[in-house]
Ligand binder design. Structure first.
Ligand code: NAP
Length: 269
């Protein structure tokens, strides 16, 4: 294990399960100290204990609901109390809304956009300023293949907010690469995590062919390599690289048809 990152911290949002937790474990293996944040305290405690034990790095956790406007500041203050500096920020927390758009209260849409969009901007803004004084830093946003696809079986706002964060990530690169800061948009396809049950779309996920369902550790290790190498965009696995390539060159109407066949609109029943 490399030991030269002793006082460097990696902060991972949505670190209590799935891709975020796998990315945390990957970075801990490389010697980074780990700060996890999410809402479920029990899972965070279990995660930091096991990471500390397995990889002999420092760990810390911060319970916060990113749907609350105060959360990014709260997380930032938590990190400021630690010895050392945050050199890696991974904006990973996310979910999909389980109800049809016309039945979803506006308040839930706002929370959704806050967790997947506004909190990403707020945390990036807070940590980027410190990264500039530190002479550099690495940011990642866990986006989705949905960023490239026509909005379809997964509610109308999910794809568009992922497209938004990809463009935001590009904007960070254009403005801050010269200051030693990179932003990597990691765009996984279907990944086996808590996401589909937490978002009420497990049935749709069950219908996806198994060659399209990827393991969270695999996605995380490709994502971490891309982040550490300062890549602008990362689509983990060859399967989804091909799918994204096709999404970029073929008419979207074909994909809408394909996704309806694969996972019929969940509001049609
Ligand atoms: N799984 C897929 O097929 C897939 C595909 C493409 C992209 N993604 C993206 O990958 C990212 C991670 O998802 P995952 O698949 O790993 O799902 P997951 O296992 O459900 O993990 C989601 C994480 O986000 C946290 N989270 C959710 N709402 C939150 C809130 N309001 N405040 C703070 N934390 C919150 C959850 O923690 P708590 O519940 O403890 O708060 C959890 O740690 C998401 O951005 C998702 O959009 C997933």
């Amino acid at each position: 294990m490399e030991k030269h990152h002793q006082m460097q911290w990696a902060l991972i949002t949505g670190g209590s399960s799935g891709i975020g937790l796998s990315m945390a474990r990957c970075l801990a293996k490389k010697g980074y100290n780990i700060i996890l944040t999410a809402r479920r305290e029990k899972r965070l405690v279990e995660a930091v204990i096991s990471i500390k034990k397995e990889f002999s790095v420092e760990t810390s956790y911060c319970v916060a609901d990113l749907a609350s406007p105060e959360a990014p500041n709260l997380i930032y203050l938590h990190c400021q109390k630690l010895q050392g500096k945050v050199t890696i920020l991974i904006n990973n927390a996310g979910y999909a809304l389980p109800t049809p758009f016309h039945k979803t209260p506006m308040e839930d849409e706002e929370k959704f956009l806050r967790v997947l969009g506004i909190s990403v901007i707020a945390l990036t803004k807070l940590f980027l300023t410190d990264m500039m004084t530190q002479g550099g830093g690495k940011i990642a946003i866990v986006s989705s293949v949905a960023a490239f696809a026509p909005p379809s079986s997964i509610q109308p706002l999910y794809g568009p907010i992922k497209t938004f964060v990809n463009r935001f990530s590009e904007g960070i690169n254009i403005n801050y690469n010269a200051k030693g800061i990179t932003s990597t948009a990691i765009c996984p396809g279907y990944t086996i995590t808590n996401f589909h049950s937490a978002s009420g779309v497990q049935e749709q996920m069950d219908r996806v062919p198994s060659f399209m369902k990827k393991n969270a550790d695999r996605i995380a290790s490709e994502g971490v390599e891309a982040l550490l190498n300062g890549k602008k965009i990362c689509v983990p696995t060859l399967t989804f690289k091909i799918i994204v390539f096709l999404l970029l060159i073929l008419p979207h109407s074909l994909f809408s048809l394909f996704s309806r066949l694969l996972a019929p609109g969940r509001y049609e029943n």
